[in-house]
Design a protein around this ligand. Structure first.
Ligand code: F6P
Length: 465
């Protein structure tokens, strides 16, 4: 393989550049050219196919910094619809015109679904990325557990549901234990929770903090490091009456409560509290934006003004209960050591797999007690259900103690290896050196896009050289 393409698809994460870096460094050794495709699949719908040569003369361009969050080649939620054969043919033809012999997609479950038909036309592999940590399997046969349930209101007349598992769960059996991006998201969320706590305590308030993760509760689970009083995850329906009672118990004791909720939490009827509008993003995912606000409205109603007036001398429930979203801060900025290190290894493994002739494989980060964290290649076909669809992984129910509304012992055992050494000395040193650097005030922000723009080439121009 002489030249490969790499693209980053879906929402960004702090570890994308580290993954690209790992792939490019390995490519330099193997004398493979790497073309970065601009803005994910978006560039393949543009006849000029904007791209950047990431390793001219097999040297990594200086802009490719593994400690820089986001993606230097840009990302988008565009994808190739498997039903549109003409689009697929066009995309592959354009890649071939660029001289590309194989493709690395850095993406999550949506990207992996999209690359299934592509892999039938061009060798393609996936290097994983997602802050939601929802790419992979809780156990190797989990994809067999999906069934179709008739649902006249749903597209196609059915929806997918997981049937009862026949497997015995064990942490060492998980496929893709954790994905780069997750650790940094948890680090940011936990820090935010710790900071909001002091206001809740000083002003006798109840804080509801919403974290991302779509329908998977991993980020909410990991935010336990910030020591909230209550954690609510999408996998376990919220019993609102029970929650209100728990909130009052804690408030009676400490005059403040900190609640963390995943954006995908549901009520007892299975309705997503956060789906306040019916809108979807370009990839068809429901936009979940109102979970904390919906929860606040319900708690205001159930707890009522009288309760707070007893404790807060004149304040209403509306004044006492407030919400904050950690938002995109949990998805951006510098990746912490855990993410940088493993993202680079996964990127390098993806490159290896392509060069060795593999197709439709994922590089996965495995963990077991004997070997610790290690990287392997995994056949993407094993993630597909019997109809060929890849589903987002949900957090295993054993990770959560629904009564305590906190991580269970298994959940804690899951988190410990990831975070034991997740921060490096250089992460701390970076904060010390850069937070109040005088140049922050003196120099305008210099965007990576400015430098990359100068390096972008187009298909027509490439053909001439
Ligand atoms: O999938 C990653 C993610 O950050 C989700 O946790 C979140 O729901 C979504 O993307 C937000 O997407 P956007 O930045 O496009 O609003």
């Amino acid at each position: 393989m002489k030249r490969i393409g790499i693209l980053t698809a879906g929402g960004d994460t702090p570890a994308l550049n580290a993954t690209i870096y790992g792939a490019v460094v390995r490519a330099n050794r193997l004398k493979v050219e790497v073309f970065g495709l601009i803005k994910g699949f978006n560039c393949l719908f543009n006849p000029r196919v904007p791209h950047v040569h990431l390793n001219p003369l097999f040297q990594t361009i200086p802009e490719l910094d593994p400690a820089l969050g986001g993606s230097l080649i840009g990302s988008s939620r565009d994808f190739v619809d498997p039903e549109k054969k003409d689009d697929l043919d066009m995309v592959v033809e354009r890649l071939k015109k660029l001289g590309i012999d194989g493709l690395i997609c850095v993406g999550g479950d949506g990207t992996l679904n999209g690359l299934q038909p592509l892999a039938e036309r061009l060798p393609t592999v996936l290097a994983p990325k997602t802050i939601d940590n929802d790419l992979g399997l809780n156990h190797p046969t989990e994809s067999d557990e999906w069934v179709r349930v008739s649902d006249p209101a749903a597209k196609g007349g059915f929806h997918y549901k997981r049937s009862d598992s026949r497997a015995t769960f064990s942490l060492g059996q998980m496929v893709n234990y954790v994905t780069p991006g997750y650790a940094t998201a948890v680090y940011v969320s936990s820090s935010a929770i710790e900071r909001v706590r002091t206001t809740a305590e000083s002003h006798r308030r109840i804080a509801i903090i919403e974290v991302m993760g779509r329908h998977s509760g991993y980020i909410a689970l990991g935010s336990a490091y910030g020591r909230p009083d209550i954690i609510l995850v999408p996998e376990v329906a919220v019993d609102i009456e029970q929650l209100a009672e728990r909130v009052k118990n804690i408030y009676d004791l400490q005059k403040s409560v900190v609640i963390v909720c995943g954006e995908g939490i549901t009520d007892a009827q299975g309705h997503e509290l956060g789906a306040t509008t019916k809108s979807t993003d370009p990839a068809g995912n429901v936009v979940l934006s109102g979970a904390a606000e919906a929860l606040r409205a319900q708690l205001i109603h159930l707890i009522g003004d009288h309760y707070f007036r007893t404790y807060r001398r004149g304040d209403s429930a509306k004044e006492a209960i407030f919400t904050r979203k950690v938002g995109h801060t949990q998805r951006g900025g510098r990746p912490i050591l855990f993410d940088r290190f493993h993202a680079a290894r996964l990127g390098a493994e993806a490159l290896n797999m392509l060069v060795e002739g593999s197709n439709n494989m994922i590089s996965v980060l495995q963990h077991d007690a004997e070997r610790g964290f290690h990287v392997e290649g995994y056949d993407a076909n094993r993630l597909r259900d019997r109809w060929g669809l890849i589903h987002a992984r949900h957090m295993h129910p054993d990770f959560y103690d629904a009564k305590l509304m906190k991580p269970s012992r298994t959940g804690i055992d899951y988190l410990l290896p990831i975070f034991a050494n997740a921060l490096g000395d250089d992460d701390m040193e970076h904060i010390r050196r850069t937070s109040f650097a005088p140049s922050n005030l003196l120099q305008p922000y210099h965007s990576i896009n400015t430098d990359i723009n100068k390096r972008i080439r187009y298909l027509a121009a490439a053909e001439e050289t």
